[in-house]
Design a binder for this molecule. Structure first.
Ligand SMILES: [Zn+2]
Ligand SMILES: [Zn+2]
Ligand SMILES: [Zn+2]
Length: 145
C-alpha cells in the first residue's frame, strides 16, 4: 500500500487534470485511459494511479470493478454517501445522491450481530436512453416501472 497520508490535498495540475478527464467522461475509465487523455503526461502511470486511489478515499471518485475484472474510475459529484449505477448496454454511469438502505442495514445488523459501519454497492441495469431504444427482453417485469 502506498503511504498516502490523509492530510490536505494539494491541487496540483496533475490532480486537476485527472479530475477534469473524469468529469468529461460519462463512462468509467481505466488508469491507462485517464493517463492517455491527460493534456500533459509528465508523470507516469503509477502517479496517476496513486492519485486515483487517494481520490477514491477522499470521495472525489469511485472505483468500479468491471465484469472483465479491470478497475475503472468515475468522478463523484456528491460529497456525502451515495451510489452509482452503470448501464449494462452502453456502459454509461450515473450517480444517485442517496442510499436508501438504512432499514435494510438495520435488518442485516440484527441478523448478523455486526455493527455495520460502511458498505459499497454498485447498481447495474439499463439507462433511460437504452431503455427507450429497445424493449428489455424480459417478460413479467412490469410491476416496478
Ligand atoms: Zn460516487
Ligand atoms: Zn445505456
Ligand atoms: Zn449506501
Amino acid at each position: 500500500m502506498p503511504s498516502l497520508r490523509a492530510a490536505g490535498m494539494r491541487q496540483t495540475p496533475q490532480r486537476e487534470g485527472i479530475l477534469r478527464v473524469l468529469k468529461n467522461s460519462d463512462r468509467p475509465l481505466t488508469v491507462e485511459e485517464i493517463w492517455e487523455r491527460m493534456p500533459e503526461r509528465r508523470s507516469g502511470l503509477p502517479t496517476v494511479y496513486r492519485n486515483l486511489e487517494r481520490f477514491v478515499r477522499e470521495g472525489w471518485a469511485e472505483s468500479i470493478m468491471g465484469p472483465d475484472q479491470v478497475m475503472r474510475f468515475v468522478r463523484c459529484d456528491s460529497r456525502h454517501h451515495h451510489h452509482h449505477l452503470q448501464c449494462d448496454r452502453c456502459g454509461r454511469t450515473a450517480e444517485v445522491d442517496a442510499c436508501g438502505l438504512d432499514e435494510s442495514l438495520a435488518g442485516l445488523e440484527k441478523l448478523s450481530g455486526f455493527r455495520i459501519t460502511r458498505h459499497q454497492l454498485m447498481l447495474f441495469g439499463l439507462c433511460p436512453a437504452c431503455r427507450s431504444e429497445a424493449p428489455v427482453p424480459k417478460a413479467g417485469r412490469e410491476k416496478d416501472r
